[in-house]
Design a binder for this molecule. Structure first.
Ligand code: ZN
Length: 498
């Protein structure tokens, strides 16, 4: 059997002002840059990526079925940091490479795709469906296609119709990315073995803010436990995408999918899960607090363990600029001490810091340069504690084994507030791993407040340290108070915000 594999991931925040270009997919960030051919296998090996899990599943199948080895044909894999609309140039070039690769592969039996499910391009609300339409035009309608998607996918009827099978992460923080890719490959092999499976699909009529999508607590925890209970094997299982609220498209929002030997069974599974999600609507609370009161709560906490202040609305992993200063200003004005804060993206600042050198003091502006509403630079004199080449080795569970390339970085403090230590980077990165602090020699257990730019992923590596976690609603391009967003394209009947 010959199976073509490819990956093309983007989570598009249509409210972010900057277009996502081809170069953004080529660039290495927390994940590899654009990979082609055999590099897809070698450069993703050992990482927690869907395509890695899919490759492992195919290899395991080969090992257990000597008579029917699987010949994987790696075509391409790429992703870009979440951000604004994907340019037509980027989409056409990358989709073209995947389609050309399929056309050049000769006879193939199946296709596996590692996609996000919330890609919006300059010309297409549903980037994944357009990609699948082009792939179907080359591969035909008879070749089974299996896809794995992010938990934040905005799944559409077109995606479900083009694909024979879709699997979706079941954890946020996403600890099961590789497992989800493996499940898609297992399902594809199940179909290729001759199994008939039917799908059921339904969209939920309200948006869920991302801070309320944490799967380690209710309401999500109990619903996912139920999904696991009723998913019995590769031919009978259910999936729930919670959706990405910053993609202003008609299909934005949560949805439920199920696959089973009959469509009656698949529909019944979908109905059962939808009922549980609908019943929990009032419980999806993002629990946001403004910066000043949030800092006060942290300062009043007398535990020996740190408080995490999550700057949830300036998460680069959701399209945030990573440079807003609202929370930093609130910490500074409150004379907070024992604070570490990361990661603020400011290429001008890191250049100045690297020129000035360790121990130097520079009067300049930090952050606030992206034109985000209600945000301005933080002007101060800074002391440069440390410089860094910007290559960080992840140590947490989610990205462990991988490397973050964030460009030249530094650790600084405002003069007169030496106990507020700030990590500054050249490229945007979500602060979801302790390595961004520990690489500078910081002992996080000895801090009082850990402030970080992340919405939920930080929980995987920071929750065990924290006595308390607070979601701070400071300025950012990833607005979590959904009632404040100027949606124009949501479908009729959608509900969002309070
Ligand atoms: Zn996600």
């Amino acid at each position: 059997m010959r199976i073509a594999i490819a990956g093309f991931q983007h989570e598009t925040n249509t409210f972010a002002p900057t277009m996502t270009k081809y170069e953004d997919f080529v660039m290495t960030d927390s994940w590899p840059g654009l990979l082609r051919g055999d590099m897809v296998m070698s450069e993703t090996c050992g990482m927690n990526l869907p395509i890695t899990g899919a490759i492992k599943s195919a290899e395991a199948f080969t090992d257990s079925n000597q008579g029917r080895p699987i010949d994987l044909i790696p075509l391409l894999w790429c992703s870009a940091e979440p951000g604004g609309y994907v340019s037509d140039d980027a989409f056409d070039r990358i989709a073209g490479m995947i389609c050309d690769g399929i056309a050049a592969s000769g006879q193939i039996d199946g296709i596996y795709l590692d996609l996000h499910g919330a890609m919006v391009t300059a010309s297409h609300f549903d980037g994944e469906a357009e990609l699948l339409r082009r792939i179907r035009a080359v591969a035909g309608d008879n070749i089974p296609i299996a896809i794995s998607l992010d938990l934040h996918a905005n799944v559409t009827h077109e995606m479900v119709n083009y694909a024979n099978l879709i699997t979706i992460y079941r954890t946020y923080p996403h600890l099961d990315m590789a497992a989800t890719g493996g499940r898609a490959m297992d399902g594809l092999l199940h179909i290729l073995s001759g199994a008939q499976i039917a799908s059921g699909f339904r969209q939920i009529p309200f948006l869920i803010p991302l801070p309320a999508q944490y799967t380690g607590a209710d309401p999500c925890l109990t619903i996912y436990q139920h999904i696991l209970q009723i998913s019995s094997d590769h031919g009978s299982f259910a999936e729930w995408a919670m959706g990405f609220s910053a993609s202003d498209i008609p299909d934005c929002g949560p949805s439920v999918l199920a696959y089973a030997p009959t469509s009656e069974r698949a529909d019944a599974m979908v109905a059962d899960i939808c009922d549980r999600i609908m019943a929990a609507e009032a419980d999806f609370d993002p629990m946001l607090i403004d910066p000043k009161p949030a800092v006060q709560i942290a300062l009043n906490n007398t535990s020996a363990r740190p408080v995490v202040l999550a700057d949830v609305q300036d998460n680069p992993g959701a399209g945030g600029s990573g440079d807003t200063t609202g929370l930093l200003k609130a910490l500074y004005s409150a004379d907070a001490d024992g604070v570490v804060y990361g990661v603020i993206c400011d290429p001008d600042f890191t250049q100045i810091a690297h020129q000035a050198g360790i121990g130097a003091q520079v009067k300049t502006a930090l952050g606030g340069k992206s034109g985000v509403a209600n945000d301005t630079p933080f002007e101060a004199e800074f002391i440069i504690h440390a410089l860094h080449d910007g290559i960080f080795t992840y140590t947490g569970e989610m990205y462990g084994g991988g490397i973050a390339e964030i460009g030249r970085a530094c650790l600084v403090s405002p003069v007169g507030a030496a106990d507020i230590k700030i990590v500054v980077s050249t490229y945007r990165t979500q602060c979801l791993d302790q390595c961004f602090f520990t690489s500078f020699g910081i002992d996080l257990t000895a801090t009082r407040i850990i402030a970080l730019k992340s919405t939920v992923h930080f929980r995987a590596d920071f929750e065990s340290l924290a006595s308390q976690i607070i979601h701070v609603a400071a300025p950012g391009l990833f607005e979590c108070r959904l009632e404040r967003l100027p949606y124009q394209h949501l479908r009729g009947g959608m509900r969002w915000g309070k």
